[in-house]
Design a protein around this ligand. Structure first.
Ligand code: PBG
Length: 326
């Protein structure tokens, strides 16, 4: 074989500047959404480490506001909030209480940082004593239609507190339509919905449920979240949420579902979000803390892969840290 007969891909990998020039995917601070757990407590200094999520905390509202301020100084633009109420009940009242923990946190954050994009997770599971994402029937079934009204109420209460984007994560059928109608009726036609459209019944949510105390008291979520074996179903879920008024489609988890992310990206022209969930963070951090994986390179590679697969934006517990490197 003569020299020159084969493809010389190395020409464009020879120097750092050439590699930078031909790079196809770039992470930007504007792509990243940091998740926070905010706790309803009278202890304004409350800041409790979450053992399975090293570097992540349950925070009082004051601590949250301070922490977000520091992160914004490094370029953070967006957060998603998860509330940990002081008490729980069978109907998840804390989720839609006017002065609930997320409502308080949103109001304080928006007052301190008007430009910050505050996304709120709309679900009942952190607020119900049984840990399910909806109302239960007498025989322990999660009831779809009666739950919709409570989700809509939750969404409107978040918008009233000042939320910029509403993100329903419950996986009840029809919730995007119910929330869109309720927001519009309450005067929030301008508030977008980021639908957890393609949300799998994943074991990778384990650390989140420990942090939020939202593990179902019985059974599991396979009756409403998607079967990890299905990808065509993802297209049906995405189409349904779009038809009901979703503005942004989310795929969750991210790394084990990059094929689904690509499928959704290729089939819809809507912005697509990916959620690098708690178990993905825990897995990477465990290896990093053992010295088995390089911290910076592994974290950046994980996020670049998610973006390359088609995500326009990424919810990740690594956002704060990554901002130091971009
Ligand atoms: C609420 C909700 C969950 C997550 C986000 N919103 C938990 C669940 O569905 O059980 C998981 C996020 C993560 O693991 O980081 N329904």
């Amino acid at each position: 074989m003569c020299i020159g007969e084969f493809h010389r891909g190395r020409r464009l990998r020879r120097t750092e500047f050439i590699r930078d020039m031909v790079r196809e995917t770039e992470l930007r601070p504007a792509d990243l959404i940091q998740g926070y757990f905010v706790m309803e407590t009278s202890d304004t200094e409350y800041e409790k480490p979450i053992p399975s999520l090293p570097g992540q905390y349950q925070l009082s509202v004051d601590k949250l506001v301070a922490r977000v301020g520091v992160a914004m100084g490094k370029g953070l633009r967006s957060v998603i909030l998860f509330g940990l109420p002081a008490t729980k009940d069978p109907v998840g009242s804390g989720a839609y209480a006017t002065n609930g923990i997320v409502q308080q946190a949103v109001a304080r954050l928006k007052k301190a940082y008007p430009n910050l994009v505050v996304v709120t997770d709309v679900c009942l599971c952190e607020y119900t004593s049984h840990g399910h994402c909806g109302l239960l029937s007498a025989d322990g079934e999660v009831q779809n239609d009666p739950t919709l009204e409570l989700l809509a109420k939750t969404a409107v209460s978040h918008a009233r507190a000042g939320a910029d984007i509403i993100a329903p994560s419950d996986m009840m059928d029809g919730r995007v339509g119910a929330i869109r109608a309720a927001l519009d009726e309450a005067g929030f036609t301008h508030i977008p919905i980021m639908a957890y459209a393609v949300k799998y019944a994943s074991a990778f949510y384990g650390p989140f449920r420990e942090a939020a105390g939202s593990t179902p008291a019985f059974g599991d979520r396979r009756g409403y979240q998607m079967d990890p074996a299905n990808s065509r179903e993802a297209l049906r879920e995405a189409a349904a949420d779009l038809s009901e008024g979703a503005d942004i489609l989310m795929v969750k988890p991210a790394m084990p579902y990059l094929d689904v992310l690509r499928l959704v990206r290729d089939n819809f022209d809507t912005p697509v979000a990916a959620y690098q969930v708690s178990g993905e963070y825990a897995m990477l951090m465990a290896a990093i803390e053992n010295g088995w994986l390089d911290r910076k390179r592994t974290i950046l590679e994980s996020l670049t892969g998610i973006k390359r697969a088609g995500a326009d934006m990424i919810i990740t517990y690594f956002a704060e840290e990554v901002l130091d490197w971009l």
